[in-house]
Design a protein around this ligand. Structure first.
Ligand code: FAD
Length: 392
């Protein structure tokens, strides 16, 4: 019988391994790292030992050689324990590793992938800028060829894994920059490592609402020189790289919302049996039943949409934009609303840290903004659907 969520024994084994790891290692540290607003680098490196940092990379380059469904399983399971930590995993494994693997040459892959698949180096992806987020092609960072190097100037904002601590830069980044004046072929993609001249940590952002267990940073390129060999693909290729990678980014961000929703449902479901009011468990009250039942049904609807989309998403090809926008549009708000209902079911106990749902709710909000705002998904979907005459 077809199992949409675990289509093969390999997928089921991955889910078992990650759920066990998440319960044993990720869950117990989540509240402390949220509180201290810091990134658990030691735990992150253990994901390298588990073999999931290069989950979509071919084994010959140090990866696990798995597919989009596997990536979804990993993000769903880890996010059920700690969405902040999972965001760091996503920025590394999807935004850097998968993006680089899909677009780099074999020589570049052989040189850089082993260290990021093992966790020796922690990666991130620099697209957004202080003045350009949704309007990403309005970016101002430039890269100009000077002999054997490209010189980058500009600043990138909101970069997950941009720092590993309050004042230490992350290790390795894919950076989008302008190499031309106008049009979609004016953008190129570069690999930039810590230690490149003129590459600096602008600031590690503090006081985030949620996702506090991942770092978010502003990175500065001040006459930053990178070897010409660090250009990924050809000059002008970057918008294609960006659009294709946004599909798996949005799918795995939606998978994080699934993890948040599942955990919230587990917590409210258990609490509704344990908590008594007016002489009976609160699950006897119709309004509490509505919170639980609506949450379960909307989680399962999102789950089916995400796994069905993942089953068809070929990582080497673009062309899944409608549903990669669609799953994130639906699941981001679904996850936030389910976490919100969990707080409501728990009453005052939901509003404090002990039962985790307040952290899940704070983390859930980011998914309506990062990787594309819900308004951006609505805009993209409405534009793309205008070109479709018959829906499947
Ligand atoms: C915690 C965190 C982690 C992040 N990690 C990364 C990362 O690793 N790498 C990276 O490159 N970026 C990252 N981002 C950036 C993220 O992708 C952007 O914040 C997001 O794309 C929105 O851009 P913006 O913040 O500039 O908002 P803006 O684009 O300025 O949007 C402001 C508001 O205007 C709306 N809006 C804008 N344009 C339109 C339009 N055409 N139609 C309707 N409404 C519109 C938006 O929906 C939003 O409501 C991260 C952000 C956060 C908060």
């Amino acid at each position: 019988m077809r199992d949409l969520f675990n289509p093969s024994e390999e997928h089921a084994a991955l889910r078992r391994t990650l759920r066990e790891f998440a319960e044993r290692e990720v869950d117990p540290q989540a509240a402390a790292y949220d509180r201290s607003e810091s990134f658990n680098v030691g735990l992150f490196k253990k994901l390298g030992e588990l073999g999931v940092l290069g989950i979509t990379v071919a084994e010959k380059f140090g990866g696990a050689g798995m597919d989009a469904v596997a990536a979804v399983i990993a993000h769903e399971e880890l996010a059920a324990a700690d969405p902040g930590f999972t965001l760091a995993y996503l920025a590394h494994s999807m935004l850097f590793v998968n993006n680089f693997y899909q677009n780099a040459s074999d020589a570049q892959r052989s040189r850089y992938l082993p260290d990021v698949c093992s966790g020796k180096k922690i990666g991130g992806m620099c697209m957004s800028e202080p003045g350009a987020g949704t309007d990403v092609l309005g970016m101002k960072t430039t890269a100009a060829r000077r002999g054997d190097v490209y010189v980058l100037n500009g600043a990138k904002m909101w970069i997950t894994n941009g720092a590993v601590s309050d004042n230490e830069l992350g290790d390795i980044f894919l950076v989008y920059a302008r190499t031309g004046e106008k049009g979609v072929r004016s953008f190129s993609q570069f690999l930039v490592e810590k230690g490149a001249s003129g590459f600096k940590l602008g600031q590690k952002l503090k006081d985030k609402l949620g996702m506090r267990a991942s770092t978010t940073a502003e990175l500065v390129f001040d006459g930053c020189e990178v070897p010409a060999a660090n250009l990924i693909g050809q000059e002008g290729d970057a918008v294609g790289h960006m659009m294709r990678n946004l599909e798996i980014e949005r799918l795995t961000l939606a998978a994080m919302s699934l993890g948040i929703a599942r955990r919230s449902i587990e917590i409210m479901n258990r609490y509704a049996s344990e908590r008594h009011a007016f002489g009976q468990p609160i699950r006897e009250f119709g309004q509490i039943q509505s919170h639980i039942a609506t949450s379960y049904a909307s989680w399962m609807a999102g789950r089916c949409y995400v796994y069905e989309t993942a089953a068809h998403l070929d990582l080497a090809e673009g062309g899944h934009r409608i549903d990669s926008d669609g799953v994130k549009l639906f699941c981001a708000t679904m996850g936030k609303e389910v976490a919100d209902r969990a707080i409501q079911v728990l009453g005052g106990y939901g509003y404090v840290g002990e039962y985790q749902v307040e952290r899940l709710w704070r983390d859930a909000k980011l998914l309506e903004i990062g990787g594309g705002t819900i308004e951006a998904h609505q805009k993209n979907l409405a534009r793309d659907l205008a070109r479709v005459s018959l829906l499947p």
